[in-house]
Design a protein around this ligand. Structure first.
Ligand SMILES: [Fe+2]
Length: 208
C-alpha cells in the first residue's frame, strides 16, 4: 500500500470507530470494539504510514475491530457526506472522512459530548470537562491528519470552489437520504447538512 492509501484507509477506520461509538445503534458490545480500534489507530497509524511492518499489522487488526463495530452500530453523517461527495470532489473515501470527522464531532457534540469525552479519555487526551475533552479529540484528529499529509478542509485539498458551490444543494440533499444519517446522534436535515459541508469546505468552525 502506498503512503496515501495507508493514511486514507487508516483514517477511514478511525472514522468507523468514532462514528460507531456515538451512533444511535451502539451497544456495550460495539463500544469495546470501537474504543480499542480508535486506540490502535492513534498508536500505530503514523508508524504504519512510515512503513513499519509491525504497525501495519496492528492497523490491519484495528481496521477489523472498527469494521465489526460499525457493522453492528452503524455510522453517521461523516459517512453520509463522504458517500456523496467523494466522486464529485475527486477525493478518496478515507480522505473525505479524515477531513470531515473533526467538523462533524463539533456538530454532534451538541447532543453527545459525553461520548466523545469517553473516546478522548481512552486516548489519554487532556481535559477536565466533557467539552475540553471533546475539543482535545478534535485537535488530536487534526494533528493526526497533519502527520499523515491530509489537509484540513476540502478547499485545502484542492477541490474547486465552483464545483463545491454548484453541487452543494445536491450533495446535502443526497447525504440526508443516505442510510447513515438515520443513525447519526444528532438529527440532521437539509439546512444543517449544508452548513456542515460548508464548514468542511472552507475549514470554518462549527458553531450551530
Ligand atoms: Fe468508511
Amino acid at each position: 500500500m502506498s503512503e496515501t492509501l495507508t493514511a486514507d484507509s487508516g483514517m477511514d477506520a478511525l472514522t468507523h470507530a468514532v462514528e460507531a461509538y456515538v451512533a444511535t445503534a451502539q451497544t456495550d458490545l460495539t463500544d469495546c470494539l470501537a474504543i480499542k480500534a480508535a486506540q490502535m489507530v492513534f498508536e500505530n497509524l503514523v508508524d504504519s504510514y512510515h512503513g513499519s511492518a509491525e504497525a501495519r499489522k496492528n492497523i490491519h487488526v484495528a481496521q477489523n475491530l472498527a469494521g465489526m463495530a460499525f457493522s453492528n452500530a452503524l455510522l453517521g453523517i461523516v459517512h453520509s457526506l463522504a458517500h456523496k461527495v467523494g466522486v464529485t470532489y475527486g477525493v478518496t473515501h478515507g480522505r473525505c472522512n479524515a477531513i470531515m470527522l473533526p467538523y462533524v464531532i463539533e456538530y454532534n457534540s451538541v447532543v453527545t459530548e459525553k461520548r466523545f469525552a469517553d473516546i478522548a479519555r481512552a486516548l489519554g487526551l487532556n481535559g477536565a470537562t466533557n467539552k475540553q475533552l471533546t475539543n482535545s479529540l478534535v485537535e488530536a484528529i487534526k494533528i493526526l491528519n497533519g502527520q499523515l499529509g491530509i489537509p484540513l478542509s476540502y478547499q485545502a485539498a484542492g477541490v474547486d470552489e465552483k464545483i463545491f458551490l454548484d453541487t452543494l444543494d445536491t450533495m446535502a440533499e443526497a447525504a440526508c437520504g443516505d442510510p447513515c444519517t438515520l443513525f447519526n446522534p444528532r438529527k440532521t436535515e437539509f439546512e444543517n447538512m449544508k452548513k456542515v459541508l460548508r464548514c468542511c469546505y472552507y475549514g470554518t468552525d462549527v458553531n450551530f
